[in-house]
Design a protein around this ligand. Structure first.
Ligand SMILES: Cc1cc2nc3c(=O)[nH]c(=O)nc-3n(C[C@H](O)[C@H](O)[C@H](O)COP(=O)(O)OP(=O)(O)OC[C@H]3O[C@@H](n4cnc5c(N)ncnc54)[C@H](O)[C@@H]3O)c2cc1C
Length: 370
């Protein structure tokens, strides 16, 4: 078997890339699982980018218009007139993207694991059989624990976190996400409650399982009303290079994920577009440059993460006092962008009163953000 491009991993990013590339190249995708979906993921995707990327409407389970932020002792809400994000079904999303890629000519090899390279060919295993596939270019879209990244010797400088998530029964405002920032309950990350409908939500956090358990108790969820439990990893930082010779990494395998919220689907897909552009130019080495917007967002997100880790709960309470003020909420409601956190922060820090108050909370780190 011989292809122009072999993509390893049929997650959302690998499938999206396959759908882009199959228009101009012969493409195959290998996936170690025997079906799509199943990964721990809340499935929240910014609505604007969802439309721009042309993602399937069929996968949308719920439309989210706003969020309520809770600290230990305060809360404030942000609400918009149009949906800001969608909550999607990952299995449908992945299947629909794969279907599109197949219709454009991509071949899919399911239950097939990439083992390594041998004589510039990919060594694959399907059930008991080991075989080789030759391609001119290979893409590792095989997630955070990427084998392709290991094989090409990519180096990670990152913080790796495990996320724990349950689907739970309760009573919810289906248009509104809850974001709980309380280091006494979930010290490593915020906890989220993302409704699927009025009576079901995905609830999770990153850190340790006891953090999620503590949050479930605090939010008064019944442990006997849990429909599903999942765990998965994310990496915040850099794994480089993103391209080496005729191999590139995309999506979580390159840690193209927001360190602010752990959302990786949009950044991975934007980088897939960048890779498509570089391949069409016949200059794969340009891929890194074409991802400059995502790289800037990741750099900003890492600084923001440092700011979060450096604050104790009293500091978080002071940040809440600023962000919950009428002026800040007005800026967030009118200018915040679900995926462009750099723009959102700039809009807040442009207001002298808000800037002065935030500098009082943590002068050195706010300067670093600027
Ligand atoms: C708890 C949690 C909640 C999250 N919530 C959100 C969210 O709300 N919104 C959001 O945007 N992101 C979220 N994320 C992050 C999101 O899940 C990832 O960014 C996204 O899945 C990345 O997609 P990907 O295609 O790059 O990788 P993956 O989804 O990890 O897909 C990789 C694929 O490669 C396959 N594979 C791996 N190794 C091999 C191999 N050797 N051979 C063949 N196939 C292989 C895997 O089976 C898998 O199908 C969350 C993550 C976690 C852990």
């Amino acid at each position: 078997m011989r292809y122009d491009i072999l993509i390893i991993g049929a997650g959302p990013v690998g499938n999206y890339l396959a759908s882009l590339l199959a228009k101009d190249f012969s493409v195959a995708v290998v996936e170690k699982k025997n079906s799509f979906g199943g990964k721990a993921c809340t499935g929240i995707i910014g609505a604007e980018n969802y439309e721009k990327l042309g993602l399937p409407k069929k996968a949308i389970l719920n439309e989210l218009y706003g969020a309520t932020f809770y600290s230990r002792i305060q809360s404030f809400s942000i609400r918009r007139k149009s949906p800001q994000a969608y909550l999607v079904d990952r299995k449908t999303l992945e299947r629909e993207l794969a279907r599109k890629a197949m219709k454009r000519g991509a071949d899919y090899l399911m239950s097939t694991t990439f083992k390594g390279f041998k004589d510039r060919k990919a060594l694959l295993q399907h059930l008991g059989d080991v075989f080789e596939v030759k391609a001119d270019f290979y893409v590792g879209a095989d997630g955070v624990n990427s084998t392709v990244a290991k094989v090409i010797g990519a180096k990670s400088k990152a913080e790796f976190l495990t996320g724990y998530e349950v689907e739970v029964l309760g009573e919810f405002d289906r248009k509104n996400v809850e974001v709980w920032v309380n280091k006494e309950t979930t010290p490593d990350f915020f906890a989220w409650v993302a409704p699927i409908d009025e009576e079901t939500a995905r609830v999770g956090t990153f850190g340790k399982i006891e953090h999620l358990n503590r949050f479930l108790r605090l939010r008064r969820f019944e442990p006997t009303r849990i429909l599903e439990f999942k765990a998965g990893s994310v990496g915040f930082g850099w794994r480089k290079p993103w391209v080496r010779g005729n191999v590139a990494l995309v999506g979580d395998s390159a840690l193209q994920i927001k360190p602010t919220t752990a959302g990786g689907i949009v950044y991975g897909m934007l980088c897939a577009q960048a890779l498509q552009k570089a391949l069409l130019e016949g200059r794969p080495e340009r891929y890194w440059d074409h991802c400059s917007w995502v790289r800037r967002q990741i750099s900003f997100g890492l600084k923001f993460r440092k700011l979060f880790l450096g604050l104790n709960q009293d500091g978080i309470e002071r940040v809440f006092e600023v962000l919950g003020s009428e002026e800040a909420r007005e800026v967030i409601e009118t200018q915040a962008d679900f995926d462009d956190h750099l723009r959102t922060a700039k809009a807040i820090l442009k207001r002298p009163r808000l800037l002065a108050k935030l500098i009082r909370v943590s002068p050195s780190l706010i300067k670093a953000l600027l």
